[in-house]
Design a protein. Structure first.
Length: 278
């Protein structure tokens, strides 16, 4: 089993370095489960890239749903991420329903239908990014930290989707809500064709403003969390600085925080939790 956890740690280090760094601030006896959870999230979130077509992606997501539901125990033991995840579920009593909902939410990723409105976007972000924070909090302290996880996760989701905006547009996807886009006079057709307009810039500005609002909503609940839960939220410290850079970027060529600054922001927030949602 230790080999499976080591595999997960290596995968997270390579594919989700921010959460890898954040997990290093967790107690040593909780890190394996965090790496298993984050590796599972990577595998589910990148199904579109791995499958390339919706049907193989649907099959893969169904497989993961059956794994967490306990229906494929033999196959799970042969897969290092699945084996480590099942051990983490058992050890920390992770809620199966939340994991299944996270998997189901990523079905959206397989298709090119746009996110229709803010209600749909909110549900997607809560079932993915917010749920991951909540699950990590349960690993760390048997506390789902929902009051902080929900707004913090939505802010983090907006930031990450804005960073991935050109990649999604290039393959025909639109995660930004269509009602926000159209209210500003932009169109999905222009976006998917790679055309920048004033309306598009305004719509993406609205999304950045929304992320800031959720970040502000997370500030107070984060401030009263037990300190042992905070590693689950450390990547949120990247939201505001990233949004500042994105506000000065071409939507199709977003500026990124440098690796050393990302590491410093996470380290600073670990030292001073008041910095997480600032």
């Amino acid at each position: 089993m230790q080999d499976a956890f080591a595999y997960c740690a290596a995968l997270v280090r390579a594919a989700d370095h921010d959460r890898y760094l954040a997990a290093l601030f967790a107690p040593a006896d909780r890190r394996d489960a965090l790496f298993a959870l984050y590796a599972f999230n990577i595998e589910v979130a990148r199904v579109r890239e791995a499958a390339r077509e919706p049907m193989p992606g649907e099959i893969r997501l169904q497989w993961w749903g059956e794994v967490v539901g306990g229906e494929r125990a033999e196959e799970a033991r042969a897969n290092p991420v699945a084996a480590a995840l099942m051990a983490a579920i058992e050890r920390h009593h992770l809620p199966i329903a939340k994991l299944v909902a996270l998997i189901a939410a990523h079905r959206f990723d397989l298709y090119n239908e746009p996110m229709t409105d803010m209600a749909e976007f909110d549900g997607y972000a809560r079932r993915t990014s917010s749920a991951l924070i909540s699950l990590a909090a349960r690993v760390l302290a048997d506390d789902d930290a929902e009051a902080a996880a929900n707004p913090a996760g939505i802010a983090l989701s907006i930031m990450n989707l804005l960073r991935a905006f050109p990649q999604h547009a290039s393959r025909g996807q639109l995660f930004q809500p269509l009602d926000v886009i159209e209210r500003r006079g932009a169109s999905a057709e222009d976006i998917l064709a790679g055309r920048v307009s004033g309306g598009l810039r305004a719509a993406l500005g609205d999304m950045r403003d929304l992320a800031q609002e959720h970040l502000a909503s997370a500030r107070e609940p984060i401030g009263i969390l037990p300190r042992e839960v905070l590693p689950a939220l450390l990547p949120v410290a990247l939201v505001r600085p990233s949004l500042d850079l994105l506000s000065r970027s071409d939507p199709f060529s977003p500026r990124e925080l440098s690796p050393w600054r990302r590491q410093w922001l996470i380290w600073r927030a670990a030292r001073n939790p008041a910095r997480i949602a600032r």
